[in-house]
Each structure stands twice: as structure tokens, then as C-alpha cells.
Write a protein that binds this ligand. Structure first.
Ligand SMILES: Cc1cc2nc3c(=O)[nH]c(=O)nc-3n(C[C@H](O)[C@H](O)[C@H](O)COP(=O)(O)OP(=O)(O)OC[C@H]3O[C@@H](n4cnc5c(N)ncnc54)[C@H](O)[C@@H]3O)c2cc1C
Length: 287
């Protein structure tokens, strides 16, 4: 009888050597998705634990790009001061992933590779146009855009790169689920933009749980970009958000409630982006 054999490489060279070998290879990091899904768990071959690979965990925010190791835990993303300073949306999304126990085990690359529509980190990474540095099945290296990563490719995500030139000064994340806390997203949104003297500059918006992959909300961006934070642009923004839902999930039964729910999520998100209360003017006038 064949069996599942565990392996725990200590560095990228040892990992690449395992990947170049003849045995089928599957990977595990925190195990918070893999161990709970009998369907995913392989029965034979090598099960490679990525958590001991040197250099695969850690966050560098000092250079032009932000570079995050694939085995970095969600808890580490939540508390990293440099990340909270340069890209708060990712720290905010991390803070809302599951419980403390889950965040202490779960990793950023596991969230990407698990490819769940409700994943909380993935829309934020899409917002930043993240790139993935991969170790390929033969042991070679490659770099791809987040959207071009195929979860079944057998590649290891070694690092997640947030290109410095894409980052805008403000960012924020908001999620909505069936419970107030410890909830899986039924809808989430991330925003990144410029806001000064009561007026928006450039603005980017991405929604998750609105299809299999994150959806860029260009209509809603156009409703606010370059305009003041006032009731009329916000009303246009809410109309555009509902239109985004109609376009993304025209046939889904969830369309009816999501086209309303996205308005509340959107107002909370803009308030958070601008550092304001969602219950203050001008949000009150359009709620
Ligand atoms: C109770 C509970 C609550 C949760 N709440 C949330 C939540 O609120 N928001 C949310 O987004 N998620 C949530 N999750 C899902 C899960 O915690 C995340 O998706 C987590 O980031 C997965 O990371 P992991 O390291 O545990 O992945 P694992 O379970 O170790 O692996 C998941 C998949 O990713 C692959 N993989 C892991 N690392 C790599 C790598 N470096 N390169 C390539 N492939 C890799 C594995 O082979 C496997 O296919 C929850 C899970 C549980 C059990």
C-alpha cells in the first residue's frame, strides 16, 4: 500500500529538490483549509510542510515594493506596523480572518492557493495588483500576476510582491457575513485611493464574494474619483455599486440582497478610507 509521506524542507534549495523528484507533491502550511477538507487531502505522495523553509515567512516594507513571504501568517500581517502604515487594507483584512487561533496558523499563500471566492486577503491583494514569485514543479522560478496564478499548477508561492508604484496613500477593507464576528464573507470590499481637502483623487475598488474571483468595480470608481466627498457623488456611487452587482451576478438569487448590501458595505468602506464615521455627514444624507 502506498502512503502519504511528510517532508519538512529547511530551505528553498531543499524544497526545489523535492519538487523536482518523481513523487507527487502536495503542500501544507497552516493546514486551516487543507486539514478540514477531506476532498483536498492527498492519500499518497509527499506532503511538504512549507512552514520551516527559511525565508518563506516575513514582511519587508522598507523598500519600494512590499515583499511578503508565502508562509507569513495572517496574524503577522495583522500586527506589522510597516504594513499597517503603507497598506492598511491588508492589515485590516487580516484582522478579520477567522479567530485568533486560525490567524496564528493560516498563511497568506494558503489563502491565495485555496482560491475560495470568500477569501478575505485575495481581493485586497488584487487591489494592489500583487505579483507572485513562484517555485515551479521542476524546481525553476517564475513570477506571475496574482490573477494568472493557477491553484492546480503545483507551484509554490514563495513571495507575494506588492509593487510600490501601484500603492496609493490610503486604503481600507470592510466585510459582511452572516455573523458580526468570526464570520465568512458573503461580501467584502477593498479600496485604495487619494483623499485630501475633502476631495478624492485616484480611486481603486475591488469586491470579493461576488463571483469566483475578485471583481474590479470601475463604475463605482468613476462615480467618486476626482469628486468631493458630498451627498451627490455618494448617491452616484451607490447607484454604481448596485449596477456592479447586476453585472457581476445577473442570474444569482443573491443578486437582490447583494445589490442593497453592497451600498452599506460601500459607505462603511469609504468612511474608513477617509478616516470618518459612517454615521456622520455626508453619509447620513444618502443612507
Ligand atoms: C474556522 C475557520 C475560519 C476561517 N475564517 C476565514 C476568514 O474569515 N477569512 C478567510 O479568508 N479565510 C478564512 N478561513 C480559511 C483559511 O484559514 C485561510 O484560507 C488560510 O489563509 C489558509 O492558509 P493555510 O496556511 O492554513 O492553508 P493550508 O490549509 O495549509 O493550505 C490550503 C491550500 O493552499 C496550498 N498552499 C499552502 N501554502 C502554499 C504555498 N506557499 N504555495 C502554494 N500552495 C500553497 C495547500 O496545498 C492547499 O491546497 C477560515 C478557516 C477556518 C477553518
Amino acid at each position: 500500500m502506498t502512503a502519504l509521506v511528510p517532508a519538512r524542507p529547511a530551505d528553498l534549495a531543499a524544497l526545489a529538490a523535492l519538487m523536482a523528484g518523481p513523487a507527487p507533491v502536495r503542500f501544507i502550511a497552516g493546514g486551516t483549509d487543507l486539514l478540514l477538507s477531506r476532498r483536498q487531502l492527498p492519500r499518497e505522495g509527499l506532503l511538504v510542510d512549507l512552514t520551516a523553509v527559511e525565508g518563506l515567512a516575513g514582511i519587508e516594507t522598507g523598500g519600494s515594493d512590499i515583499v511578503i513571504g508565502g508562509a507569513t501568517t495572517v496574524a503577522a500581517l495583522e500586527v506589522h506596523a510597516g504594513l499597517a502604515d503603507r497598506f492598511p487594507a491588508l492589515a485590516q483584512a487580516a484582522a478579520e480572518c477567522g479567530s485568533v487561533q486560525i490567524r496564528n496558523r493560516a498563511t497568506i499563500a494558503g489563502n491565495i492557493a485555496n482560491a475560495a471566492p470568500a477569501a478575505d486577503l485575495v481581493p485586497v491583494l488584487a487591489l494592489a495588483e500583487a505579483r507572485l514569485r513562484l517555485v515551479m514543479p521542476g524546481g525553476g522560478r517564475a513570477e506571475v500576476a496574482l490573477g494568472d496564478f493557477s491553484a492546480g499548477s503545483g507551484a509554490v508561492i514563495a513571495h507575494v510582491v506588492l509593487p510600490g508604484e501601484k500603492l496609493l496613500p490610503r486604503s481600507a477593507f470592510v466585510k459582511l457575513g452572516p455573523r458580526r464576528d468570526l464570520t465568512i464573507s458573503r461580501l467584502n470590499m477593498a479600496a485604495m485611493g487619494e483623499f485630501a481637502d475633502g476631495r478624492f483623487g485616484a480611486l481603486r475598488l475591488v469586491a470579493g464574494s461576488l463571483g469566483p474571483r475578485p471583481v474590479r468595480l470601475t463604475r463605482a470608481e468613476a462615480a467618486l474619483a476626482g469628486r468631493p466627498l458630498a451627498a451627490a457623488p455618494l448617491a452616484d456611487f451607490l447607484g454604481a455599486l448596485s449596477a456592479e452587482v447586476d453585472a457581476a451576478i445577473p442570474e444569482r438569487t443573491s443578486r437582490a440582497w447583494k445589490r442593497q448590501a453592497i451600498c452599506g458595505v460601500g459607505l462603511d468602506l469609504i468612511a474608513r478610507l477617509c478616516g470618518l464615521s459612517p454615521r456622520g455627514a455626508p453619509f447620513d444624507e444618502v443612507s
